[in-house]
Ligand binder design. Structure first.
Ligand code: GTQ
Length: 325
């Protein structure tokens, strides 16, 4: 602990008047020994949030709302500061016959379909079908809107890098639409990234992984979504993954610098984060802060989807992980 010099002749007040701070006071606050995120572990139960989302379905249309979305706001943050500091997890509801108008923004977005079918999202004019469990991406600055032609309400989880864009002051937004008409591209746009990763294929791959490999002590059977055109991550600012945990899985403790948002797609279990246990089941969403020791347990076979800003940290060369901490 560094000795803080006395405030000689109100020195600190005099420099503050010039918008100047002494780095030798509270140095640990500016340069902590390890990440000390200002947000906390949290879990949102789908059984509690779903009725509130459907209540919004009665009072505001998708057209009126622009997007009928509830943001999962970290309890330790305020305003629209996000689920972690870099990422937003949101739940979006669209009713049969509704359209959410097209727009584009510098934030990259992903969707993970939780319930319903028969809606499609348009990405730069291409029609991308959405079915339960599908992972769908909207790259930065691509035009996108949603159209629901099915019979039952649809809910999906949105993941956006709003906090990251806000931190970098790189947010642009534009309403409108691309010139060309919507065509069914089968989820693949010529010369660009894959837009749709169907759940049935991803789930099959998890089962193959289970057959041919041993489970990781922390992550069970884990695979990341990669773009087949270059083998790199599906998204430029988010690492997205699926984990399959065997019934009875009792994972080792793990830490990483990417605060991570998990969504339970199948099964039940619990995750210890720091000193607290968070029980989860299907469609619950929880957040593990940066560098928070955590361990997963599964009471049934379970599948967790996760997203984080890991790929950004890796590109910058600052990402760290530790096992068994
Ligand atoms: O569906 O385009 O949760 O633009 C937040 C911003 C969803 C969307 C969100 C958006 C969208």
């Amino acid at each position: 602990m560094a000795r803080i010099p006395p405030d000689h002749g109100s020195y600190y007040d005099r420099i503050a008047a010039h918008h100047v701070l002494p780095l030798w006071v509270d140095t640990g606050k500016y340069v902590p020994m390890a990440p000390s995120p200002p947000y906390e572990p949290a879990l949102w139960k789908y059984s509690e949030i779903r009725p509130l989302l459907f209540e919004a379905g009665e009072v505001i249309s998708a057209e009126e709302a622009g997007r009928r979305v509830l943001v999962l706001q970290n309890p330790a943050l305020s305003g629209f500061d996000g689920t972690t500091r870099s990422l937003y997890a949101c739940l979006q509801l669209i009713m049969p016959g509704e359209q959410a108008p097209e727009h584009r923004h510098t934030q990259s977005a992903m969707r993970l379909v939780l319930e319903g079918d028969g809606a499609f999202t348009t990405v730069d004019g291409d029609r991308v079908e959405m079915e339960a469990g599908d992972f769908i991406i909207t790259p930065s600055w691509s035009w996108h809107g949603h159209v629901h032609e099915g019979e039952t309400p649809m809910v999906w989880l949105d993941g956006l890098d709003n906090g990251l864009m806000a931190q970098l002051d790189t947010t642009f937004f534009e309403p409108g639409s691309p010139a060309q008409p919507h065509e069914d591209s089968g989820g693949k746009k010529q010369g660009s990234r894959l837009l749709r990763y169907p759940y049935c294929k991803a789930r099959e791959n998890l089962d193959i992984l289970r057959k041919v490999t041993e489970p990781d002590a922390c992550h069970g059977y884990r695979m990341e979504y990669l773009d087949p055109s270059d083998g790199g991550p599906a998204m430029s600012t988010m690492t997205t993954a699926l984990m399959l945990l065997d019934q009875g899985f009792d994972g080792d403790s793990y830490q990483c610098t990417d605060g991570t948002i998990f969504v339970a797609l199948e099964g039940e279990g619990e995750t210890t984060m720091g000193e607290r246990n968070f029980a989860w089941k299907r469609h619950d969403v929880f957040v593990v802060p940066s560098w928070c020791p955590h361990a997963h347990r599964a009471t049934t076979d379970a599948v967790l989807f996760s997203f984080s800003d890991r790929i950004v940290q890796q590109k910058l060369g600052v990402w760290r992980e530790a096992r068994g901490g």
